[in-house]
Design a protein around this ligand. Sequence first.
Ligand code: WT7
Length: 642
Amino acid sequence: MDLSPDSAFTAQANGTADLYDAAAADHEAFWAEQARSRISWATDFERTLDWDDAPFAKWFVGGSLNVAHNCVDRHVEAGNGDRVAIHFEGEGGDTRTITYADLQKEVSKAANALESLGVETGDRVAVYMPMIPETVFTMLACARIGAPHSVIFGGFSAEALHTRIADAEAKVVVTTDGQWRRGKPAPLKAAVDAAIHHGDDESPVEKVLVVKRTDTDVEWDDSRDVWWHDLVPGQPDTHEAQPMDSEHPLFILYTSGTTGKPKGIFHTTGGYLTQAAYTNAVVHDVHPETDVYWCTADVGWVTGHSYIVYGPLANGATQVLYEGTPDTPHQGRWWEIVEKYKVSILYTAPTAIRTFMKWGADIPAKFDMSSIRVLGSVGEPINPEAWLWYRKHVGGDKAPIVDTWWQTETGAIMISPLPGVTTLEPGSAQKPIPGISAEILDDDGNPFTEPEKVGYLVLTKPWPSMLRGIWGDPERYKETYWSRFGPKYYFAGDGAKYDEKGNIWLLGRVDDVMNVSGHRLSTAEIESALVSHPSVAEAAVVGAADETTGQAVCAFVILRGDAVDNGEETVQELRNHVAKEIGPIAKPRQVMIVPELPKTRSGKIMRRLLKDVAENREVGDVTTLADSSVMSLIKEGMSSGS
Ligand code: WT7
C-alpha cells in the first residue's frame, strides 16, 4: 500500500515541507509569523514569548485582540457574511443554517444578554449544554466579553457540576431544559438546580439562563432563572467587541488527573487562538471557501473547543454541528450527514470507528461519501486495523488520515502527520508538527531514539496554546507537568516509542488516568465516588482493555463489615452510584466485590495485578505483595457483575 502523498493533494495542501525548516530555523519567529498572518490583532505584540518565569508562559506579549471578532466579525467585514458558518443538524432531524452574518448577530445578542445579567470581563460563566447552536453562541459571547467560560460536558452529574461551578466560582450558568438522547429527552437544568442547592454551601451562581430545547418540565426560581427566549431575541444585534490582552483567560476546562480532584486547565487568548487556527489549517487542511468540515466531538471536551468553535471559526470555515448519537434513528446517520452536506473533512475518535466496524462496512457503503478528502483521528491511539478500515470504508481508499495527538493541556494538535506532506504510517501519530518539539525519555530522564524501546513522551519547548496553569493552583501545575523530569520538560503522562522509521507511537497513559472512549477518567476520582457509598469500605479502580472503548472502568470493592452483599443488586447499586456522583461516562463496566485488595508492604494498591484479573490474564509477579495469598482470595471470593 502506497501511503505517500498524492501529488494533486500536495499541490493544494496548506501544509508544506518548508514549515518544518522555518520552525526549526527560528521557533519564535515562526510562531510570530503564524500569529500575525492568521489572526487579527487590535494591537500588535511586542515580544513573542516571555518564558522568564517558566513554566508560566506569556505569548505575544503586549498584543491585544478579541477572539469573537476573529471568529466572526472579521469574516463579515471581509465580505464573507453570506458564507455558512454552521449547518446544524438536530438529532430529530430539525436543521438550521447559520451564516457568518447570522452568527455575528446571534453572538452579539447573546453577549448583550449576558451583560444584562451582570456578566463582566473576568467573570466566569459555566456552560452545561448539548450540541446546539446556542452553545456556540454562548461560548463566543463569553469570549466577546472576556468572561472565561467553563464548559461542563452534559454527561456529567449534578455532583460533578457542583464541584466545577464552585472551583471556578461561576456567576452565571447557561443550560437547557433538557437534551435529546436517542430520541428521548433527558433533563439537564435539574442538575444545575441540584448543583446550586448543594448541602449548606453558598453557591456563587447568581443567574441561570435556560434555552428551551426538549420542552421538559423544569423547576423555576423567578429570582434566578431566565429563559433564553425571553431575554436574548429582544437584545440589540450589535455589540462592541473589546480587545483583550493576549494573556487574558479565554476558558477553563476541567479534566481528570491522578488525584480525585479534577484540574481546571486554563487557556488564554492570543496563543491559543493562533495555534487552534494554524493546526486546523495545516493538519485538517481546511480551505474555507470550498470545504465542509465536521468534527464529531462534543463541545464539552477540548476537541470541541479547539476544533468546532475556535479553530474552524477563526479560519472562516463552513462546518456541520450534529446534536445526536451515531445510531439515531439508524446506524447510517453519520454517513447520511456526510452525503447530505458533502462533508469533505471528518474528524472523529477511534472508539467511534471501532463501533462502525462492528456495525459493518455495508452501512457506509449505502451512502455517497465521495466528498471526503481528509480524515482525522483523536483521543486515543488508533489501532492499525481501525485506521485501515477508516481509510477504506470512509476515505474511499485515498483520503489521508491525520492521527492527532494532543491533550486538554496542550490546547491544540501537537503530534500529527501533515496531509500532503507526510508519508503515512497506520497507527502512528508520527512526528511533532512544525513549531512543536518532543522527545522520548527513559526512566532516568535521558532522551533516546532507539526504535521499539518504550519511554515517556515530553515536550521540550513552550508552545502558544499551552495551558497557562491549573485554575487557582499554580503549585499543582508545576508539580504535575514540570517536575517529573525537571523544569525543562513538559511531562505529558503518555508512554511512547519510536519505530524503525523514526515515527512516534503513543502507547497510552503511564499514570492513574484511564481513557474510556477517548474520555479521560481518573482512577482516584472513581475510587473516591465508590467509597462515598455507605456500603463501601475500600475501592480500587483499573482501566481494562476493551475492544470498543479502548479501556473500560473495572472496580474492585471491599464492602463494610455491616453491609450486606446482595450480589448483582449491590453491584448495580454501586455502578449507579458512580454514575450519580460523576456521570454516566464513569459508570464501571464491572464491579467486583472482593474480600481483600492486593497491597505492597507500604500499603500501595497494586493495580497491575487487578488489571491482570480484569483482563482475564494469569496474574503477574506477586512477590512484592504484603500478603501473597490475597490474589487467590480475590479470585475465589469474587462475585462479579457487569
Ligand atoms: C490524552 C489526552 C486531545 C483531545 C482529546 C483528549 C490521549 C489523545 C491521542 C492520539 C494516542 C491520544 C493521550 C493524551 N490521546 N489523542 N492521537 N493517540 N493517544 O484530550 O481528555 O485531555 O486526553 O488522550 O493519552 O494524554 P484529553
